[in-house]
Design a protein around this ligand. Structure first.
Ligand SMILES: Cc1cc2nc3c(=O)[nH]c(=O)nc-3n(C[C@H](O)[C@H](O)[C@H](O)COP(=O)(O)OP(=O)(O)OC[C@H]3O[C@@H](n4cnc5c(N)ncnc54)[C@H](O)[C@@H]3O)c2cc1C
Ligand code: SF4
Ligand code: SF4
Ligand code: SF4
Length: 380
């Protein structure tokens, strides 16, 4: 009989190798199930809080997005096909709400779809990531239009200064730590916005029928080439390299490259390779760019400014999108004629496929080095 792997194996194969993405999935399940063997450290890494409580159930290992377990089951369940998983349609769309349009990251599709779901009572909450400082966000459960609008966009609050964050800056939000509180809050139907690693862990929990993942009824997955995390030393290095003051940034975005908008209104485009040294180490071992198991996947890549590239993947994703479109929450980019529409959509897909391949190749290279004995260690 095959031996069940426990947190000890997860620690050795993922955490110690430096490829833990800090999604919090393992800790979230272990504490939601009242097993309480794990905790997140101050540095957002999982560790045993009480090893005696460990039942060696192996679930933390199975749901970790970095172990590859349950991948076959997920592929079957979602009809995965190369190169980017299953999808019904690709579109370029934007919100019709002027307030959302002003603050959103790309086209405000994420916030508008969530608003549609909330206002039609199809969900009673959405796990989103709200600004908590210049470079940090925290996971919250949005239950009103105001909550959703507070979480929209990728601008930064001017109310906190870099120094107040204790020298740690990150664009990553561990949203899964919020999942465990859903039942206690009597929320029945919840939507989640997350990076591919986070949606992957949720899908694995749903595959195993783990409570409280059954309360998550809708997933919006962000495209993600990488996330960033850095300290004071790296910050100084970065400021020097880019010749900017990070205090003067008002917005960050990633499309073809890394886009920085300064308080002066100037926009700087930085090739992704130039900021590799502040990307999180785990991201180099991550294979999913386009959020292959979400109901709807979104990004800026392939769309003009002010629009969100939207991949409708599941039947549920398509019907939510169509209804939100029909009820006027969102509108699609218009084209001169069907030829132009076809051409633009082909270009959009080519970009998504190209970034997906690039990310997969980068991960394969990193994972083969790890298999050969290289340890990444914890950098960020
Ligand atoms: C860390 C990160 C990396 C990304 N990388 C790429 C990329 O490489 N290429 C690309 O084309 N697009 C990328 N995106 C997606 C893109 O930046 C937009 O979020 C997406 O196009 C949706 O835009 P919107 O205007 O429709 O969203 P909005 O209506 O502005 O809503 C944004 C939603 O994202 C949530 N959110 C913001 N930050 C986070 C976070 N750190 N973790 C979880 N949720 C968050 C907010 O809570 C909000 O619900 C990335 C997004 C993030 C957060
Ligand atoms: S009890 Fe299960 S989920 Fe918790 S650490 Fe042990 S093996 Fe992992
Ligand atoms: S990637 Fe997520 S599930 Fe895996 S060890 Fe890290 S925190 Fe746990
Ligand atoms: S690249 Fe994105 S999806 Fe992958 S581990 Fe990093 S944050 Fe998660």
């Amino acid at each position: 009989m095959e031996e069940i792997k426990s947190f000890k194996d997860l620690d050795r194969e993922v955490v110690e190798k430096g490829i833990c993405g800090k999604c919090g999935g393992c800790v979230s399940f272990c504490s939601a199930g009242e097993l309480n063997a794990l905790e997140m450290t101050e540095n957002d890494m999982p560790r045993y809080i009480n090893e005696d409580n460990c039942q060696k159930c192996g679930i933390c290992y199975m749901i970790c997005p970095q172990t590859g377990t349950l991948n076959v089951e997920l592929q079957e369940k979602f009809g995965w096909k190369p190169p980017i998983g299953d999808y019904q349609k690709v579109t370029s769309a934007q919100t019709t709400d002027k307030k959302i349009r002003k603050i959103c990251t790309d086209g405000g599709v994420v916030t508008s779809l969530l608003l549609y779901l909330l206002e039609r009572n199809l969900i009673n909450g959405a796990i989103v990531s709200k600004k908590a400082g210049r470079f940090t966000r925290k996971a919250v459960i949005a239950r009103t239009r105001e909550d959703l609008i507070e979480a929209a966009g990728s601008t930064f609050s001017g109310s906190l200064h870099l120094e107040e964050l204790g020298g740690k800056y990150t664009t990553y939000t561990p949203i899964l730590s919020t999942v465990k509180s859903l039942e206690k809050r009597y929320l029945q139907d919840v939507a989640v916005v997350g990076t591919p690693c986070q949606i992957n862990a949720i899908r694995k929990m749903q595959c195993l029928g783990i409570i409280p993942a059954h309360l998550i009824k809708f997933t919006i997955g962000l495209f993600c080439i990488e996330n960033f995390s850095f300290d004071d030393v790296a910050r100084e290095r970065l400021e020097k390299k880019l010749d900017i003051n990070l205090e003067s940034i008002v917005k960050l975005n990633i499309k073809d490259d890394f886009i920085i908008t300064m308080t002066s209104g100037v926009t700087i485009h930085v090739p992704l390779e130039e900021i590799d040294d502040v990307a999180r180490t785990a991201c180099f071992a991550c294979q999913d760019f386009s959020n292959e198991y979400a109901d709807i996947s979104v990004g800026g890549l392939g769309s003009p400014d002010g629009y969100t590239t939207t991949l409708l993947r599941t039947k549920l994703g398509s019907s939510v999108y169509d209804e939100a479109l029909h009820r006027g929450y969102i509108q699609e980019r218009t084209f001169e004629d069907s030829e132009e529409s076809k051409l633009e959509k082909t270009k959009m897909m080519a970009k998504i496929v190209s970034y997906s391949r690039r990310k997969r190749m980068r991960a394969e290279k990193k994972l083969s080095k790890l298999a050969g004995g290289e340890m990444l260690g914890e950098k960020n």
